[in-house]
Design a protein around this ligand. Structure first.
Ligand SMILES: Cc1cc2nc3c(=O)[nH]c(=O)nc-3n(C[C@H](O)[C@H](O)[C@H](O)COP(=O)(O)O)c2cc1C
Length: 185
């Protein structure tokens, strides 16, 4: 069976973030064909193009670019900040998109999952992230996943306790694996 190395990237820096809990749940629900791990983004200095011209560039940037290069596919789990993507997540995408022409996202497949305690599941963040990812060359999975009322789905330890959501995400992970297989770079 083909094996894909998949990074799930939660877009929040918060310790008890629902996006991190969702990311962890996705790693547990992944089919055998996917080796999935959570990739944090909290240690990346803000992108500043001046620093590309001073060697060495920030180690956190070069390490992160190498990490991204090594994955076959991605799942972004974004919260919504003011109807868009949190700055930390946008920064992570920006860092690995440069230097110009050498971005490491190019042609990699990715899905977007948005989460929110609100009813509309981070729709604005989801749509904005899809646009951003398309700009850096990612093949974005057409299926859109919005998870509303996310605060009701996990227990205090951060484990997914809602059976319907588990079924839904489990089915999504099957579809995702199939889609990655058909859309490999
Ligand atoms: C700066 C800021 C802006 C926010 N804007 C929105 C928003 O536009 N839509 C929304 O549904 N929730 C919004 N929220 C609430 C977040 O959905 C909530 O804090 C959520 O738990 C953040 O995700 P996390 O648990 O993964 O950290 C906002 C929160 C912050 C801190």
């Amino acid at each position: 069976m083909t094996n894909f190395r998949v990074a799930v990237i939660p877009g929040s820096l918060r310790r008890n973030a629902f996006s991190k809990m969702t990311a962890k749940a996705l790693t547990e629900l992944a089919p055998e064909s996917c080796r999935v791990e959570v990739l944090p983004i909290g240690d990346l200095p803000l992108y500043n193009e001046d620093l590309e011209t001073v060697q060495p560039i920030p180690k956190a940037w070069s390490d992160y670019r190498e990490l991204i290069r090594g994955f076959d596919a991605f799942i972004f789990v974004t919260p919504e900040y003011n109807r868009s993507v949190p700055a930390a997540l946008k920064n992570a995408v920006d860092v690995a998109s440069r230097p110009y022409g050498k971005g490491v996202w190019m042609n990699k497949p990715a899905a977007v999952v948005s989460v929110s305690p609100g009813a509309i599941g981070g729709f604005g963040a989801n749509q904005d992230l899809r646009k951003i990812l398309a700009c850096v060359g990612v093949s974005v999975m057409p299926k859109e996943i919005y998870i509303g009322s996310v605060h009701e789905l996990f227990n205090r330890e951060g484990a997914l306790t809602n059976d319907k959501t588990r079924e839904f995400l489990s089915r999504f992970m099957e579809q995702y694996a199939d889609w990655v297989r058909r859309n490999q770079a």
